[in-house]
Design a protein around this ligand. Structure first.
Ligand code: 13P
Length: 256
C-alpha cells in the first residue's frame, strides 16, 4: 500500500481547504487503484473538510496535537478532541515545529498520546543541511526515532507512519534524490526492526521534501518508499492531482 499525505500547513483558510478537499476527491474519481490518501488542513478547517471527505476513501489528518487529554492548557488541542472531529492521522514533530516550538521528547509524548486516542501518528524525522554536510544524518534521525518511538505502546490495529523529511529539502524545490531517500528509509526500517521490534510490522516510512507532480513517481516506485508527505504541492490542486495519479499508476503497475 502506498500512502499520500497532503500537509496544507498554515497556507489555506477554510474556504480554500474545502475546495482542495473537493479537488482531491475529483482527482481520485474513477481510478481503479488508489493510495491511502490523507489531507491535513489547519485546525480551523477540520470540521468543514470532514463534511467533504466523510464516507470517502480520503482520511482526515491534523498537523499537531498536545499530549494531555484535557485541562488548563490554553491554546492546545488534545488527541481526543481531534478524534471527536473525525481525525484519523496526526503529524508529529514536523521540522517546522521542532525549529520553533518543540523538542524530540515532546514529539514522543505526542506520538504516544495519538496512539492512545486511536489516531495514527505521522512522525517526522530528518536532518538539517549542516547535519547532512557533517554526514551525521543517521545519528540525528536515530536520536529523533528513539525519542519518538520509546514512549509508544502500540497494540491491536495501531499503526505508526514515519516520514523522513530532510530539512534541507523542505520547501526548497530541491528534493533528496530517490537514492538518498531509499538509503535513509532502509536505515530507518533497519533501526526500527533492531530497536523496536514490536513496531516493525506497524511502521511505514514515507518521504517528504519538495515532492511534486513531476518527481512523485520516482519516489513512489521505490519499494522502500511507502508513500509521500507533500507540503507546497499539496495546496496546488493540479500538482497534487499529479502526485495522486503517480501513486495510482505505481499501485496499478506494481500491484501494491
Ligand atoms: P514541501 O513539500 O513544501 O517541501 O514540504 C514538505 C513538508 O514539510 C511536508 O510535511
Amino acid at each position: 500500500m502506498k500512502t499520500v499525505i497532503g500537509n496544507w500547513k498554515m497556507n489555506v483558510g477554510t474556504r480554500e481547504s474545502v475546495a482542495l478537499a473537493r479537488g482531491v476527491l475529483l482527482a481520485l474519481r474513477g481510478k481503479k487503484a488508489i493510495p491511502e490518501t490523507v489531507v491535513c488542513p489547519p485546525f480551523t478547517a477540520l470540521a468543514e473538510v470532514r463534511k467533504i471527505v466523510a464516507r470517502t476513501h480520503v482520511a482526515l489528518g491534523a498537523q499537531d496535537l498536545f499530549w494531555e487529554d484535557s485541562g488548563a492548557y490554553t491554546g492546545e488541542i488534545s488527541a481526543r478532541m481531534l478524534a471527536e472531529h473525525g481525525v484519523s492521522h496526526v503529524i508529529v514533530g514536523h521540522s517546522e515545529r521542532r525549529a520553533l516550538f518543540e523538542t524530540d521528547e515532546m514529539a514522543g509524548k505526542k506520538a504516544a498520546a495519538a496512539l492512545v486516542a486511536g489516531l495514527t501518528p505521522v512522525i517526522c524525522v530528518g536532518e538539517t543541511a549542516v547535519e547532512r554536510k557533517a554526514e551525521s544524518q543517521a545519528v540525528v534521525v536515530k536520536r529523533q526515532l528513539v525519542a519518538a518511538l520509546s514512549p509508544l505502546k502500540a497494540k491491536g490495529k495501531d499503526r505508526v507512519l514515519v516520514a523522513y523529511e530532510p530539512v534541507w529539502a523542505i520547501g526548497t524545490g530541491e528534493p533528496a534524490t530517490p537514492n538518498d531517500a531509499v538509503a535513509m528509509h532502509a536505515f530507518i526500517r533497519g533501526f526500527i526492526a533492531e530497536s523496536f521490534p514490536s513496531l516493525t510490522k506497524r511502521a511505514q516510512v514515507l518521504y517528504g521534501g519538495s515532492v511534486d507532480g513531476t518527481n512523485a513517481y520516482a519516489f513512489l516506485r521505490e519499494k522502500e518508499v511507502d508513500g509521500v508527505l507533500v507540503g507546497g504541492a499539496s495546496v496546488k490542486m493540479k500538482e497534487f492531482g499529479d502526485v495522486l495519479s503517480a501513486a495510482c499508476e505505481v499501485i496499478e503497475k506494481q500491484g501494491v
